[in-house]
Design a protein around this ligand. Structure first.
Ligand code: GDP
Length: 365
């Protein structure tokens, strides 16, 4: 499964946020196959459509889809030089698919800031620079390998050398690889380099309790938003401390608490949805009387691959998929009504599954 890693300087609220994640954690009864890595928190992806389908179908049970966060502790200045837990830290980041960087935007004199004062942009730059330096090292190593071949006009080497030069230029300007525009061909070369700064980044501005209802009034949040906008990254505002409390509540209690706070959706739920879409993930549903269930797939996946997410037999023996969009199904009021209205399609193996599709797979065993 794809995972987003949580990083940040010490004392910014990472552990608090990660606690909230594990507290809110998916009912393990539904996921007995999941490994119990203490650094991985599995959460349910909030999706109001699931509730609607449940009302429509009245199944025996409803199962949301899940998403994994990985807690990556231990960034320190000098990580790229292998100081402290540096190397280990970087290798953990290499394994995640997206990065959630927690940034301290709360002022609390009782909690020491590693750099002496609250300064979110300087914090972000400290972390991003370590990642850039690590990537610079990878790129320079690669340059020393291909430079000679490129000079001899070896075609592949010439193409790679050009990509490496672009990256080096960006890194020298302290810009991440994700800010560089590459062609599809160049992107293939970039992927092979396994860079850290090519991974999508989400900034998580951790504010104090007093700012949750109106985060725009927090000047630190403003600054983080400006910074993120320049690299087309998204910002989610949370109060990790409050998220810890929310995570212990469910259903109605949670709604009431959120109302009291003056927010519509918990910061954690926003974070889950943002990380999910940042990774190009989407949801399709199966809706039977036994079970209504949400399944995660990657945008662009075809029907047989999506069937394979449920069971490999479904992919191997795939014949067709009865498909209706969530909106059409809800508008029709029932599966049969949708069928009569001609809204249920029979899709074949080349069908690109869409977010919100409700699917019934037909397959040979
Ligand atoms: P980490 O080192 O990044 O994992 O940070 P922690 O999660 O351990 O948090 C450091 C300290 O900041 C702890 O004492 C937390 O209770 C406190 N803290 C975390 N989030 C908030 C917040 O939103 N507001 C305030 N006032 N304190 C917070």
């Amino acid at each position: 499964a794809l995972t987003a890693g949580i990083v940040g300087l010490p004392n910014v609220g990472k552990s608090t946020l990660f606690n909230a994640i594990t507290q809110a954690g998916a009912e393990s009864a539904n996921y007995p196959f999941c490994t119990i890595d203490p650094n991985v928190g599995i959460v349910e992806v909030p999706d109001p459509r699931l509730q609607k389908l449940t009302e429509l179908v009245q199944p025996k049970k409803t199962v949301p889809t899940t998403f994994e966060f990985t807690d990556i502790a231990g960034i320190v200045k000098g990580a790229s030089k292998g100081e402290g837990l540096g190397n280990k830290f970087l290798s953990h980041i290499r394994e995640v698919d997206a990065i959630c960087q927690v940034v301290r935007c709360f002022a609390d004199e009782n909690i020491t800031h590693v750099a002496g004062k609250v300064d979110p942009i300087s914090d972000i730059e400290t972390i991003n620079l370590e990642l850039i330096l690590a990537d610079m090292e990878s790129v320079e190593k690669r340059i020393s390998r291909v430079e000679k071949l490129a000079k001899q006009k070896d075609k592949d080497a010439v193409a790679e050398f050009e990509v490496l030069s672009m990256l080096k230029g960006a890194f020298e300007a302290e810009k991440p690889a994700r800010s560089v525009e590459f062609t599809d061909e160049q992107m293939k070369i970039v992927k092979n380099l396994h860079l850290l700064t090519i991974k999508p980044m989400l900034y998580v501005a951790n504010v104090g309790e007093e700012d949750v209802a109106d985060p725009s009034s927090n000047e630190y949040v403003q600054k983080v938003r400006e910074y993120a906008a320049k690299e087309n990254s998204e910002v989610i505002v949370v109060c990790a401390k409050i998220e810890e409390e929310i995570a212990e509540l469910d259903g109605e209690e949670k709604q009431m608490f959120l109302q009291e706070l003056g927010i519509e959706e918990s910061g954690l739920d926003q974070l889950i949805r943002a990380a999910y879409s940042l990774l190009g993930l989407a949801t399709y549903f199966t809706a039977g009387v036994q079970e209504v269930r949400a399944w995660t797939f990657r945008k662009g996946m075809k029907a047989p691959q999506c069937a394979g997410i449920i069971h490999s037999d479904f992919e191997r023996g795939f014949i067709r998929a009865e498909t209706v969009s969530f909106d059409d199904l809800v508008a029709a009021g029932s599966y049969n009504a949708a069928k009569e209205a001609g809204k249920v399609r029979l899709e074949g193996k080349d069908y690109e599954v869409q977010d919100g599709d409700v699917m019934h797979f037909r397959f040979n065993v």
